[in-house]
Design a protein around this ligand. Structure first.
Ligand SMILES: Cc1cc2nc3c(=O)[nH]c(=O)nc-3n(C[C@H](O)[C@H](O)[C@H](O)COP(=O)(O)OP(=O)(O)OC[C@H]3O[C@@H](n4cnc5c(N)ncnc54)[C@H](O)[C@@H]3O)c2cc1C
Length: 280
């Protein structure tokens, strides 16, 4: 039988991790417990983080917002600060799983799972989110692009947890967009997803743009050269067409049970075209 521990605060968690270093952590359990039930993993003991208040909720700190790793998707979806400043994240969470999954699943669990199809990831990449990693004796911040190393692979050492996510407010990106294409509308992992945030002038010129694609490579992918090429140009079909070849060349989609690589390549370009809906 597997032992399950329920620490009530961080001090208790650090003590537990010291005596049970092989224990697997979980928050909502919507990834970890599903994998355990299907026999993919069999950890000797489990540590449930759900009682640790220090890891929950949204705080405004100066020009940044801190989102505790244990904050559920449903809490984020209805949170005033997240709705106001980060609509791209709201759009992504709105299509993540189903209401029961959003009620249990947490932003920390979505990030640490590090699936290229994880819905919160592409928005966090374009928002340049920083991960706060904590252990008994240290705390460090890492950009999400350095934290996620590959599918299911993250920069988290022994005794470390993801405490939360820092995102800058007031980034000035008035236009924010997230879209995923899945095999069905609800409860589907993305076949391809794209997050975009942009500043576009009143004469329809792109001042600044950040783009990220999910499910087209081992991690979420951004292409700074594509962003630089679009900046200063009008937001037009021709302008977007000019960079699509670069996107196709940069992404690294694979064939799997959900879609072929060539379909993913096609969809990645089509999602970029959606931005034309924001032209004036
Ligand atoms: C039916 C169903 C539909 C789904 N649909 C989607 C979808 O559309 N889009 C999508 O992106 N995901 C989807 N998921 C996956 C899942 O719900 C999300 O990834 C969710 O955010 C995971 O959060 P959790 O708290 O349940 O993670 P858990 O299962 O608790 O943990 C996941 C992993 O993160 C680790 N972990 C959790 N919190 C921490 C922490 N604070 N520090 C260190 N490690 C931690 C755990 O050890 C584990 O390895 C779906 C899952 C199900 C069952």
């Amino acid at each position: 039988m597997t032992d399950i521990f329920l620490p009530s605060d961080l001090d208790e968690l650090w003590r537990l991790l010291n005596i049970k270093p092989e224990a697997a952590l979980y928050a909502g359990g919507t990834d970890l417990l599903v994998k355990r039930r299907s026999g993919l993993i069999d950890p000797p003991s489990l540590v449930c983080l759900e009682r640790i208040q220090e890891l929950k909720g949204v705080k405004e700190c100066g020009d940044e917002v801190f989102v505790g790793a244990l904050t559920t998707h449903s809490e984020l979806l209805s949170h005033r600060v997240i709705r106001k400043h980060f609509p791209v994240l709201i759009q992504a969470i709105a299509v993540l799983g189903s209401p029961p999954v959003r009620n249990m699943g947490t932003i920390g669990g979505n990030i640490v799972t590090a699936s290229p199809a994880g819905d919160t990831l592409a928005p966090l990449y374009v928002l340049d989110a920083q991960m706060e990693i904590r252990s008994l004796s240290s705390s460090r911040r890492v950009p999400i692009s350095a934290f996620i190393l590959g599918p299911g692979q993250i920069d988290l050492g022994q005794g470390e947890i993801l405490a939360g996510v820092w995102i800058k407010r007031h980034q000035g990106f008035r236009l924010q967009h997230y879209e995923k294409v899945g095999r069905r509308n609800a409860l589907a992992c993305s076949v391809v997803s794209m997050a975009a945030i942009m500043r576009v002038s009143s004469d329809n010129r792109i001042y600044e743009i950040r783009l990220a694609w999910g499910s087209v490579g081992p991690t979420v992918m951004r292409f700074p050269e594509v962003e630089r090429l679009l900046e200063g140009k009008p937001l037009t079909v021709d302008g977007l067409n000019d960079v699509i070849e670069l996107v196709h060349a940069g992404i690294k989609p694979i064939d799997d049970i959900r879609a072929t690589a060539s379909y993913r390549r096609e969809v990645a370009g089509r999602l970029l075209h959606r931005l034309i809906n924001y032209s004036t």
